[in-house]
Design a protein around this ligand. Structure first.
Ligand code: SIN
Length: 312
């Protein structure tokens, strides 16, 4: 039997796959469909305190090897997702989900953290420091001092299991600096990577940027992201305290891609663009494909190969 069970800290999951925040997790109906899929868990759309409509459309486009998006954090507001999570945990004891928050300011992040801290939510909280799509709001994850300040303020009062979602980094010095910061805090997980921020794609028929917001600039996901996701997961797995586990996100189009992220050190694998294109049934296919790769290698558990990347 090939087993896809995994865990983050004390939280056990039957399957290593889940959605990436932002994809098919906006409404209660979306979230119910994820809950009923073969995914091991799911994360809600990154929330702000108040409902947001996000950027003007078109704000998502399919590309040859993935997607470009500039959604701009459309979401129903924290209360909507928190209420859903509270109802979910009452109906499904022993099943853990992730609540994602993405405040546009430090104050908003801390206010949302207080609300969650004071609630009965018993899952994991993802602080999204890496949305590239809100005009005038740079990604916190690219500002090391700001990231440290936010985490310092957060952990003066926040006691629930938490992690951060990071943007991709491209220099080894950045991995060193960010890991040194993250290792100072009681994080359960680091989710790496968000989309490759601020790419641009052009429609050759009309010479027009494919999406409308920000003059066409948007986050790039899908197969384009795979080498960067692998490198970021690997680099952080080599630098983070082993108590901080990795969620690998980026570039999964088949079971082998997920296998590679696990080989690089991921304990959970998130699926974004592919889930957007194929819907929640994608988790059934990916699970089958990952199990087939593991069988070929003679592995029965993820721990047989997690983090075991060989180098020359
Ligand atoms: C968005 O809503 O613009 C995407 C969210 C993200 O990339 O974190």
């Amino acid at each position: 039997m090939t087993d896809l069970q995994t865990s983050i800290g004390d939280f056990q999951f039957d399957n290593v796959f889940m959605n990436a925040s932002g994809v098919r997790c906006y409404t209660e109906e979306d979230l119910d469909a994820l809950a009923q899929s073969d995914a091991g868990t799911f994360v809600t759309k990154s929330a702000t305190q108040a409902k947001r409509l996000g950027n003007p459309s078109p704000r998502y486009a399919r590309l040859e090897l993935g997607s470009i998006n500039s959604m701009g954090l459309p979401n129903e507001g924290l209360d909507y997702y928190l209420n859903y999570a509270l109802k979910f945990q009452e109906k499904h004891p022993g099943q853990w989900i992730f609540l994602s928050v993405a405040g546009l300011t430090m104050e908003e992040n801390l206010a949302m953290a207080h609300t969650i801290e004071e609630s009965d939510f018993n899952g994991l909280v993802e602080f999204n420091l890496s949305c590239p799509n809100v005009p005038g709001k740079p990604q916190t994850g690219y500002d090391f001092d700001r990231t440290k300040e936010l985490l310092t303020n957060l952990f003066t009062f926040f006691t629930k299991p938490a992690g951060v979602k990071l943007p991709p980094y491209f220099d080894l010095a950045q991995f060193d600096q960010m890991a040194a910061i993250l290792n100072q805090f009681p994080l359960q997980f680091v989710n790496s990577i968000n989309s490759l921020g601020n790419g641009l794609m052009i429609d050759p028929e009309t010479d027009t940027a494919l999406i409308k917001p920000k003059g066409g600039f948007g986050g790039i996901g899908g197969a384009y992201a795979k080498p960067f996701a692998l490198a970021n997961v690997r680099a952080f797995s080599q630098r983070l305290d082993p108590k901080i586990q990795l969620i690998g996100t980026g570039g999964v189009t088949n079971g082998r891609d997920a296998y590679d992220l696990i080989l690089a050190g991921a304990s959970l694998v998130q699926v974004g663009t592919l889930l957007q294109e194929e819907g929640p049934a994608v988790f059934t296919r990916l699970s089958r494909e990952l199990q087939a790769v593991m069988q070929t290698k003679g592995y029965t558990n993820l721990s047989d190969f997690k983090g075991q990347l060989k180098t020359q």
